[in-house]
Structures are given as structure tokens and as C-alpha cells.
Design a protein around this ligand. Structure first.
Ligand SMILES: CSC[C@@H](O)[C@@H](O)C(=O)COP(=O)(O)O
Length: 375
């Protein structure tokens, strides 16, 4: 089985290469990002999106942008690093993976500066290696989530999902869609229903596209149809991703997820959140403290650039909502499945690169990374 790959290094390893998700499903357009402006713009405009992918893109984009300039002194480089990291870190507010990834590569730079006099080239190399480790580890975490999550699916399972928490949203085979891909790979029958996901249609544009590419049966529904579908008894499980999971298990995800969780509970359908431990934010005690991004009203007034409401009509456009922990049947991370009441200190090795068998993920040099299909 092969799934699409959303981000990687350019062949010369001097740029972050992304598959531009604004263009899907009409066209597969790759873009190379080399500057902080380009990286921030790609994250803000959802050219690259999905919590794990924007974390990796932030770290890798920072590394690409921080290639030392000719004659750039160490102090000038470190000042530029501070400013660039702060800008990328703040490009979108809800997914904790973004500040997590930026802070992690900054810590690697600090660790490489043992005597406080390391050259810009040495520090830039440490930055690039740390960014590459996030890419490689995220791939392993997705695979581990898939291996744990597939145990929740019977042969012939029918899954409902929201937004896109697949390969396009991560560096690997996704989070919510990872068990689907693992089941498909094993020859287990599985079918997916995808909410179209207003207003930016990540479900119909992206989830349906990547599942079709992989040969997984997929049916698109408008968001308002989900409760009726659940009532028919067609769906065995709802699987969704998350942008930030608070310490008590409340989970922020694409707007509409909360309504889906309520409908799933009303109809007795299990509702799982699947995410790497880099999405768990133990410093945020509950969902009420998760910052929710509000986006341009024109995304609702004129989706895809075509008027769907009177010009200037008032709009509320939060990009995410919070599903309370009590509506979540279980949370699947790379360490396994946990159930309420949630205690993430029992996750084992959070934020590690452990595979289900406990081995460390294989590390590859940045130059070995290529953009393209992965298997
Ligand atoms: C594995 S991705 C999990 C979430 O990031 C995903 O479900 C989601 O809500 C993405 O929102 P988006 O605004 O498209 O970045």
C-alpha cells in the first residue's frame, strides 16, 4: 500500500517541500519553501495543514530558512533564529504540535552550543538534524497509532471521520486514518464515510482524495448528514484526529467534531480520538484553556471564492471546537489506547520515537528524504 506524502526535504535538502493542499483535489502541486515568510504563509493559508504536519513543517521550514548566509556571524545567526522561531511558532494557535516542534529544535540548538561559541554552521546542522528527527519520528508514531487502532476495527468495519487526519495531515499514514490504512494493508475490509467538513472541505477535498488514491472505499457526506447516518446503524466507529488534547482528555479538533461526538453518544457509536503524544498538552489542564483559532469570515461567506451568503453578512468562523473527555470512548496514541478518566502520565514513553515493538524508529539523514509516495 502506498499513501501520499505531504512534506519532505527538497532533493538538495535546502528547502521544505510540501504538497500544496490548497490545490487538491484538482492538482498535485509541490512547493519548495526557503524563507520564514513562505513557511508562515503556507501554514496560515493551509497549504500545509493538520497538527503533526504543521509541527514538522514548522521545524523543517525553520531549518531551511536558517541556512547560514555568507559571512553571517554566529551572533547575527542566533538573533535571526530567535526572531524566525517566534514567528513560525505563532503562525497558527490551536495545534500544540507547532510550538512543541519549534521548541524541540531550539532545545537541540542550545544543546549543541556546549561552550557558547559553536559556529553558525554547527548550530544550523544541529537544527536540521533535530527537524529531520521530527519528520522520521512522526512517521513511526503514525504507524504505531495504526497498529494499536486497527484492533478497534472488525473485518468489514465502517468508519466515519471528520476533516482530514490522514497522510496529508502528518508525515506518515495519518492518525485517524492510520488504522484504516493498516486494515486495508492487511486485507481486512474497511470502508470510510467522510464528512465534507465545512467551510474548507478538508473531508471531501483531502480525505476522500487520499483514500481514493490508496484504494480504500470512501463515501462523502455533508456535515449535516452525520447524525442521520449514525442513526441508521451504518457506522461502527467514529475516528477523528486532534489539534490539542488537554491534560483531562478534552480534545480540540476541526469545528464540527463536537457535534459528531454528541451524535455518536446519542446513537451508542464509539468515538475515538487518535493523535501522537506530541498533540497531548499536559500544561493545559482542560479544553476551556485551549486557544481556538478564528479565521477569515470570507471562508464562510464565499467558500472557494464564490459567494454563498449576502456580502458583509455577520459570520462566526472558529476553526476548531473542543470535545469534552466524557464523550470520548478512548484516545489512541503511539503508546496504545487509553480510556477515561485520562491520565497521560501512564502513556509510557510520550513524545518518543518508539515503534509498537519498542524499537527506536530508523533515523535517516535529511538528504535521504524524498518527497513522493511512501509505503
Ligand atoms: C492528524 S491531523 C488532526 C487535526 O489537525 C485535524 O483533524 C484538523 O482538525 C486539521 O485542521 P486544519 O485546519 O485543516 O489544519
Amino acid at each position: 500500500m502506498s499513501t501520499v506524502q505531504s512534506i519532505g526535504w527538497s532533493p538538495a535538502c535546502d528547502a521544505l517541500r510540501i504538497l500544496d493542499q490548497r490545490e487538491l483535489p484538482h492538482a498535485c502541486v509541490e512547493r519548495d519553501l526557503r524563507t520564514v515568510d513562505e513557511v508562515c504563509d503556507a501554514i496560515r493559508t493551509l497549504a500545509v495543514r493538520g497538527a503533526p504536519a504543521i509541527g514538522a513543517a514548522g521545524a523543517m521550514g525553520l531549518a531551511a530558512a536558517m541556512t547560514p548566509r555568507a559571512d553571517e556571524a554566529r551572533d547575527a545567526w542566533t538573533a535571526r533564529l530567535r526572531d524566525s522561531a517566534a514567528r513560525i511558532r505563532a503562525a497558527r494557535p490551536t495545534a500544540v504540535n507547532l510550538p512543541w516542534a519549534v521548541d524541540r529544535v531550539l532545545a537541540a540548538v542550545a544543546a549543541a552550543d556546549t561552550d557558547g561559541a559553536a559556529s553558525a554552521a554547527t548550530l544550523a546542522a544541529a537544527l536540521r538534524d533535530a527537524a529531520d528527527a521530527i519528520l522520521v519520528e512522526d512517521r513511526a508514531m503514525c504507524r504505531a497509532i495504526g497498529e494499536h487502532g486497527v484492533a478497534l476495527l472488525r473485518d468489514g468495519a465502517r468508519v466515519l471521520t471528520h476533516c482530514n487526519a490522514g497522510a496529508l495531515a502528518t508525515c506518515g499514514i495519518g492518525t485517524a486514518l492510520a488504522p484504516v490504512y493498516v486494515a486495508h494493508e492487511r486485507g481486512q475490509r474497511v470502508a470510510v464515510w467522510a464528512d465534507e467538513t465545512r467551510p474548507l472541505l478538508q473531508g471531501s477535498r483531502l480525505t476522500a482524495w487520499e483514500l481514493a488514491q490508496a484504494g480504500v472505499p470512501v463515501t462523502v457526506i455533508a456535515d449535516g448528514m452525520a447524525a442521520a447516518l449514525l442513526r441508521t446503524g451504518t457506522i461502527d466507529a467514529v475516528l477523528v484526529g486532534a489539534d490539542r488534547i488537554a491534560a483531562n482528555g478534552d480534545a480540540a479538533n476541526k469545528i464540527g467534531t463536537y457535534a459528531l461526538a454528541l451524535a455518536a453518544r446519542a446513537h451508542g457509536v464509539p468515538f475515538y480520538v487518535l493523535a501522537p503524544s506530541s498533540t497531548v498538552d499536559v500544561a493545559t489542564p482542560d479544553g476551556a484553556r485551549i486557544p481556538i483559532e478564528e479565521r477569515d469570515p470570507d471562508e464562510v461567506r464565499a467558500p472557494m471564492g464564490r459567494a454563498a451568503a449576502p456580502a458583509g453578512v455577520a459570520v462566526w468562523n472558529p476553526a476548531f471546537d473542543v470535545t469534552p473527555a466524557h464523550l470520548i470512548t478512548g484516545i489512541v496514541t503511539e503508546s496504545g489506547v487509553v480510556h477515561p478518566p485520562y491520565d497521560f502520565s501512564t502513556l509510557g514513553a510520550p513524545r518518543s520515537a518508539l515503534t509498537p515493538s519498542g524499537e527506536r524508529a530508523e533515523r535517516r539523514a535529511p538528504s535521504a528524504e524524498r518527497h513522493g509516495a511512501q509505503s
